[in-house]
Design a protein around this ligand. Structure first.
Ligand code: DC
Length: 231
């Protein structure tokens, strides 16, 4: 039974370690890891670099018109043990996590045509199973039949502190207040948008990792995985 390759959907709030967790699970199971937030970030970066976001204001019509020019793909990077994201052949992995993209990504991801395009790509990528996909609508919209759905959350200040450490380690000059503000406003935007808002799927299991180590999260995951696999 253990070789059944399932779909694992991980949704939840911003900056609660979904990608780190998803990546570790994928490595453990030999599954593909897909960071869908990176796809929304890549579209946002492209829109910003091509004049569709000016002074933080997103021109939805222009973004929609641009979608046909945006070709996203993932290529495995053995050094990171995960895939890097490319837009029209350019590696953008290092550019999509900054505060500017973070501040506009919720607005871009609320555009129906953007979601339509990215959801279709995600469904295609996960169709054969053996994937861990993280995002906001994976268990509710992209793969409502996923065998294992996890809804992750953590205290907002704990999340802000984690993201702050990550960004300052990379040399970004940001303040903890800016990050906290971004985390809270993205939660609000993600949960209140009209199309595919972030919400826990009825059959998702909740993981609040505010005070959990990575090891504790992994042993929690093992229990959930065994429950599903042993049916
Ligand atoms: O996971 P992340 O913080 O990198 O995601 C960036 C943004 O993309 C997030 O604020 C909301 C949006 N997003 C989404 O709307 N749907 C997804 N499946 C993934 C991300």
């Amino acid at each position: 039974m253990d070789n059944k390759r399932i779909i694992i959907a991980i949704d939840g709030h911003s900056s609660c370690g979904k990608s780190t967790f998803a990546k570790a699970i994928a490595a453990r199971l030999g599954y593909i890891f897909i960071d869908t937030g990176a796809m929304y970030r890549a579209v946002t970066l492209y829109a910003a670099e091509n004049g569709a976001i000016v002074n933080g204001i997103v021109d939805e019509e222009r973004v929609e018109a641009m979608l046909q020019d945006i070709n996203i793909d993932f290529r495995f990077n053995p050094q990171r043990g995960a895939s890097d994201i490319y837009v029209n052949g350019d590696l953008v992995e290092g550019k999509i996590r900054g505060i500017e993209v973070s501040n506009s990504v919720s607005a871009v991801s609320s555009i129906g045509a953007v979601r339509q395009k990215l959801v279709a790509m995600q469904q295609q990528m996960g169709r054969n199973g053996g994937v861990v996909m993280d995002g906001r609508d994976i268990g509710t919209v992209v793969f409502p039949n996923a065998e294992l759905k996890i809804y992750m959350t953590a205290d907002a200040m704990v999340r802000a502190e984690r993201r702050y450490k990550e960004l300052t380690a990379k040399g970004d000059s940001v303040t903890i207040e800016q990050i906290y503000e971004n985390v809270v406003s993205r939660d609000k935007a993600d949960m209140s948008r009209a199309i595919s808002p972030l919400r826990k799927a009825d059959d998702a299991v909740v993981l609040d990792n505010s005070h959990m180590s990575v090891e504790e999260q992994m042993s929690w995951f093992d229990e959930q995985y065994q429950r599903v696999i042993n049916g």
